[in-house]
Ligand binder design. Structure first.
Ligand code: NDP
Length: 247
């Protein structure tokens, strides 16, 4: 089975990496199911895909709501008859120094980036176990590989995703359910992510960095497509993708 044979659920599909991935996978024949909170944005992307001859559907989804994740999987099954891949991509990055004590933002980051991914796993895992195949792909970050000031909580959620993906694959191998998992580590990608930063100094610093090098989200989408396209006995565990000139 290649991308063209698969139904792929994408969280955080209303902009950036999720949107680019939905568009690319649909171009390659996948049935894509888009989830995020901004339904108007999702509808526009679905319209574009369908007009271009692709297959897509969308549902308003807040990944911090466990039931909504279950509904998202049920919606995909109803639309397209099954679920083959879940791209756990929704995220935010309200970076700030720990000493600024933006504790509400710490909570929110953990709720969306980490608990949101866990709820996505909980919603789709029973399907994958039942059908004895399936794939989770998580958008981590280079912040999940390398610590940097201002990125403590964001980085902690992104480090955590790698562990979730790797342990899930190992457990599934032991249990004979053949679930594939991938962790993608993007570096600076041109999206709306910096809009989630409220700390003025951190935002100024991050803007400076991003202005000096960033690449388009389609490059990450290519990596997601590559991971899906491998034969079922082949797991792309990790992939780092970013601007060539980023230190
Ligand atoms: P965007 O801000 O463009 O996209 C973030 C997406 O997450 C949006 O679709 C947003 O949709 C969605 N989202 C946020 N909160 C929720 C929620 N509670 N429920 C459902 N969806 C939610 O940025 P990116 O495309 O860059 O971000 C995608 C992923 O890539 C994130 O996990 C990010 O951490 C990661 N990443 C990005 C990098 C970059 O440089 N851009 C680098 C490394 C990793 P909506 O607001 O409509 O709900």
């Amino acid at each position: 089975m290649t991308v063209a044979d698969k139904t792929v659920l994408i969280t955080g599909a209303s902009s950036g990496i999720g949107e680019a991935t939905a568009r690319l996978l649909a171009q390659r024949g996948a049935k894509v199911v888009l989830g995020a909170r901004r339904k108007d944005r999702l509808d526009k992307i679905v319209d574009d895909i369908v007009q271009a001859g692709g297959q897509a559907a969308s549902m308003a989804l807040d990944v911090t709501d466990r039931q909504a994740n279950e509904d998202f999987v049920a919606f995909a099954k109803k639309q397209f008859g099954g679920v083959d891949v879940v791209f756990l991509n929704a995220g935010l990055m309200p970076n700030s120094p720990l000493s600024a004590l933006h504790v509400d933002e710490w909570d929110r980051t953990i709720d969306v980036n980490l608990k949101g991914a866990l709820y996505g796993i909980a919603a789709a895992l029973p399907e994958f176990i039942g059908q004895r195949h399936g794939q989770f792909i998580a958008t981590s970050s280079v912040a999940g590989l390398k610590a940097y000031p201002g990125g403590a909580v964001y980085g902690a959620t992104k480090w955590g995703l790698r562990d979730l993906m790797e342990v899930l694959r190992m457990e599934s191998a032991q249990e004979g359910t053949h679930i594939r998992t991938s962790t993608i580590y993007p570096a600076a990608i041109r999206t709306e992510l910096l809009d989630t930063i409220t700390d003025k100094q951190t935002l100024a610093d991050m803007n400076k960095t991003y202005d000096s090098y960033q690449i388009d989200p389609e490059r990450v989408a290519q990596v997601v497509a590559f991971a899906i396209d491998q034969p079922e006995d082949t797991n792309v565990s990790e992939f780092t993708v970013g601007p060539t000139i980023q230190p």
